[in-house]
Design a protein around this ligand. Structure first.
Ligand code: SF4
Length: 418
C-alpha cells in the first residue's frame, strides 16, 4: 500500500510544526483552512532547462494594510487573517526539506504594517535559515517596496532570487488599482537590487568563489504584473519589461491574468483570458531567449498580442520573405526564428548536421523540433517539408473559448500568491 502522504497531508504535517508543543496552533494560525482564507503553504514543482525543482511556497501573512483593488488580501476585505512568525516559517520549511518534500523555498507576504517591519521579519527568517541552520539551497524571496537601503542589501545577500511586484506598466496605471503603492519607489528598489546582483555576478566572474549561504541574488530578479486590471496594453507591458531587462540582472517577468475577487472594488470587472497571459509569456521568451527586438513583436490594432496565434507564428506570417529556411545550411539564429524550433532544437540541428545526414521530419522530431508547426517554414536539400498550408494544421483554440462567456468571481486569485 502506498503510504506516501498526499499534498494535503503534507501541508497538515507542516502546519503542525508551527504549533506550540502544549497548546496546538496559536489563534493566528487556526483559520488557515477556513473557506476564503489563503492557504499559507503550497508545494510547487518548477521545470527549467530540463531540470525539476520543488519549492515550498510560504505566504508569511495574508494580512495587509494596503488596499489594492484587485487583491483578496486587501485591508478592507473581510477574510480570516493568518501570520507565521519567522521562526515558525523556518521550522515548517526545514521540516519539509528534511522529509524530502521540497528542495527550495519561495517566500512571499502581505504588508500588515510598514514595509520596514515586514522586511525585518523576512530578513530574520532568511538569517535563521542561512546563518543558524546553514541551509545552502535555493531561496526566492519577495522584496517589499519601500524598504531601507541596508535591508535591501541584507535580504539580497541572503537570497538566490529576489522578486518585486510592479503590477502595472507605469505609475498612472498603478495608481488606478493600487492607491497605496508607488511605481517609482518599486522601480527604484529594483534598481538597487539590480546593482547588487550585477556586482555579485561580476565578483564571481572575477574568481570570487560562490557562497551558498550568501548567494547575493545571483540567480537574477523577477518582476510581476497583473494583466488586464488596468488599461495597459500588451505592447506597453512588454516595452516596460524590455526596458527594465535591458540593463541586466533580471531573469524573467511574471504575468498574472486578472481575476475578479469577491468583495473587492473590481468584483464586477471581467476576468482576463488566461490565453492573454500565455501570449505575454511567449512574447517575453522571444525578447529574452530568441533575440527578438521589441519592435519585431506583432500586435493587433489595439496594441495587444493576437490571441489566435502565438507571437512567433504571428511574426513569421508577417515576414514571409524570411522563409523557407534550409535545414542543412541555416545559421542557429535563422533556425531559432522558425516556429516550432527552440534554442535546444536549433543547437541540436547545428551540431548534428555536421556529422549526420538529416533525412526528414522524423529526424527533426528526434532533435526536439515541433514539426507540425515548423515543417511549413523549412526546406531540406531544397525541398519543402510540407506543402499544405501550415496554419490549417495548427491546433490553436479560438480566443472566444476563453473570453466573455460567463462571469466568474473568485475568492482567491492564483496571481496573488507570488
Ligand atoms: S497586492 Fe500586496 S500590497 Fe496590495 S493588498 Fe494585496 S498583499 Fe497587500
Amino acid at each position: 500500500m502506498d503510504r506516501t502522504p498526499d499534498l494535503e497531508q503534507k501541508l497538515d504535517v507542516l502546519m503542525s510544526l508551527a504549533a506550540d508543543d502544549h497548546e496546538g496552533l496559536p489563534p493566528r494560525l487556526r483559520h488557515t483552512k477556513d473557506v476564503g482564507a489563503l492557504r499559507p503553504l503550497n508545494i510547487r514543482t518548477l521545470r527549467s532547462g530540463g531540470m525539476r525543482t520543488s519549492l515550498l511556497r510560504i505566504l508569511m501573512t495574508n494580512a495587509c494594510s494596503y488596499n489594492c483593488h484587485y487583491c483578496p488580501m486587501r485591508r478592507d476585505r473581510p477574510m480570516p487573517r493568518t501570520l507565521l512568525k519567522p521562526e515558525e516559517l523556518v521550522r515548517i520549511f526545514l521540516g519539509a526539506h528534511r522529509r524530502g518534500w521540497c528542495e527550495g523555498l519561495f517566500v512571499t507576504t502581505g504588508i500588515p504594517a510598514r514595509p520596514v517591519k515586514v522586511m525585518d521579519d523576512l530578513i530574520q527568517a532568511l538569517e535563521l535559515l542561512r546563518e543558524r541552520h546553514r541551509f545552502g539551497g535555493y531561496i526566492h524571496v519577495k522584496l517589499v517596496a519601500g524598504a531601507e537601503e541596508a535591508q535591501i542589501q541584507r535580504l539580497t545577500s541572503l537570497a538566490n532570487r529576489v522578486s518585486l511586484n510592479l503590477e502595472a506598466a507605469c505609475g498612472a496605471s498603478l495608481a488606478q488599482i493600487a492607491p497605496d503603492k508607488n511605481f517609482s519607489t518599486t522601480v527604484g528598489d529594483l534598481e538597487r537590487v539590480r546593482k547588487l546582483v550585477l556586482g555579485e555576478r561580476a565578483a564571481q566572474a572575477q574568481g570570487r568563489p560562490r557562497d551558498a549561504l550568501h548567494p547575493g541574488g545571483s540567480a537574477g530578479m523577477t518582476m510581476q504584473f497583473v494583466v488586464g486590471a488596468t488599461p495597459d496594453t500588451d505592447r506597453t507591458l512588454l516595452d516596460t519589461v524590455a526596458g527594465l531587462q535591458a540593463d541586466g540582472g533580471i531573469h524573467h517577468a511574471h504575468f498574472s491574468a486578472f481575476r475578479p475577487i469577491s468583495d473587492t472594488p473590481m468584483e464586477g470587472v471581467p476576468a482576463t483570458p488566461a490565453l492573454r497571459e500565455q501570449r505575454l509569456y511567449q512574447a517575453e521568451y522571444l525578447l529574452r531567449d530568441y533575440g527578438f527586438a521589441p519592435d519585431e513583436v506583432v500586435y493587433d490594432s489595439s496594441g495587444n498580442l493576437p490571441l489566435s496565434l502565438d507571437p512567433k507564428s504571428a511574426w513569421a506570417l508577417g515576414n514571409p520573405e524570411r522563409f523557407p529556411v534550409e535545414v542543412r545550411t541555416a545559421s542557429y539564429d535563422k533556425l531559432l526564428r522558425v516556429p516550432g524550433i527552440g534554442p535546444l532544437a536549433a543547437r541540436r540541428i547545428v551540431n548534428r548536421r555536421a556529422s549526420t545526414v538529416l533525412r526528414g521530419l522524423a529526424d527533426l522530431r528526434g532533435l526536439g523540433v515541433v514539426t507540425t508547426r515548423a515543417a511549413g517554414f523549412l526546406t531540406l536539400r531544397g525541398r519543402r517539408l510540407q506543402t499544405t498550408r501550415w496554419t490549417e494544421q495548427l491546433g490553436f483554440w479560438a480566443p472566444e473559448e476563453e473570453t466573455g462567456k460567463y462571469h466568474m468571481v473568485y475568492q482567491v486569485s492564483p496571481g496573488t500568491f507570488r
